[in-house]
Design a protein around this ligand. Structure first.
Ligand code: AMP
Length: 295
């Protein structure tokens, strides 16, 4: 079947209903567009779990803060549609802001606790915007398998919690981070990096790899793993937003004095010029991020 593109809630809802009433199942991949190989890997994962893949493209205004990059976020719809057709996506949903936020709208979805760490305090309101738009997309698509990247690890945990708490008929699947061969996590925002910034960007993955190697050698002190990363990133001229270690599922903060359990999340957010990059690794679980692309 060739790609069908929908711009209204009604059209997309009907298309998803038709998939299920014909005995099929739906694999949903929510994105903000400017697609890259990371998004396309999520499409493959959706196709392996469901008979039909649907990808949504919506730059969601409510998840951007007032001083963030909503206006300049890359929008490349024609190219995105071509990539989707080539990759075998069945349905794309690319709605307007008015479709997703009807006039007079007043409702937000908020998940407690999980948003008090990492990106939460740095981007007030961000996860409320994410939970709100993802619950709307789930409500339009209906029962489905939904695939999210572990690059946005905290987002994945927030969505898992939301879907479970609100009894949504959705199976949430987390997909490994897709990286460039030098370790840099693929991101639509990488397009903002100048060639010089791009050449420095892999230091984030290299520092994750260094901490991972120390952990594998038996280092369990959180501060000894975390602090050298801060120094190395600062020395390389990045402006740190955070380098944090938390528990891998509940995202409970782990202090520098604590000894780590066999699994813990190490997460980094840092600015390279004006571009904010995020990356993470679950110590005791994830492979070396500099060991070659997962794509
Ligand atoms: P975005 O368009 O940036 O909102 O991302 C849409 C989805 O793609 C989210 O579930 C992201 O976590 C996922 N994603 C983005 N970059 C990557 C990557 N490098 N590897 C895996 N998933 C990714």
């Amino acid at each position: 079947m060739s790609l069908q593109v929908h711009h209204t809630v009604g059209e997309f809802r009907n298309a998803c209903d038709r998939v299920r009433s014909a005995g099929g199942s739906l694999g949903l991949v929510p994105t903000m567009g400017a697609l890259h190989a990371g998004h396309l890997a999520l499409v493959d994962a959706a196709k392996s779990r469901a008979s039909h893949a649907a990808l949504t493209i919506f730059v969601n205004p409510t998840q951007f803060g007032p001083n963030e990059d909503f206006a300049r976020y890359p929008r490349t719809l024609e190219r995105d549609l071509a990539l989707c057709a080539e990759r075998g996506v069945d349905h794309v949903f690319a709605p307007s802001v008015e479709q997703m936020y009807p006039p007079g709208e007043k409702t937000r979805v908020s998940v407690q606790g999980l948003v008090d760490v990492l990106c939460g305090p740095k981007r007030p309101g961000h996860f409320e915007g994410v939970a709100t738009i993802v619950s709307k997309l789930f409500n339009v698509a209906g029962p489905c398998v939904a695939v999210f990247g572990r690059k946005d690890y905290q987002q994945l945990q927030v969505i898992r919690r939301m879907a479970a708490d609100l009894l949504m008929p959705v199976e949430v699947v987390g997909h490994p981070i897709v990286r460039e061969s030098d370790g840099l996590a693929l991101s639509s925002r990488n397009a903002f990096l100048s060639p010089e910034e791009r050449s420095r960007a892999p230091i984030i993955a290299r520092e994750l790899a260094r901490a991972r190697a120390a952990f594998e050698r038996g280092e369990r002190n959180a501060g000894s793993l975390r602090r050298p990363i801060e120094s190395a990133l600062e020395r390389a001229g990045l402006r740190l937003d955070y380098v944090e270690i938390t528990s891998a599922d509940e995202l409970e903060p782990i202090s520098d004095q604590a000894e780590l359990s066999p699994r813990a999340l190490l997460a980094i957010a840092a600015f390279l010029g004006k571009t904010r990059l995020i990356d993470n690794l679950v110590l005791g679980e994830d492979p070396d991020p500099t060991a070659g692309s997962l794509a």
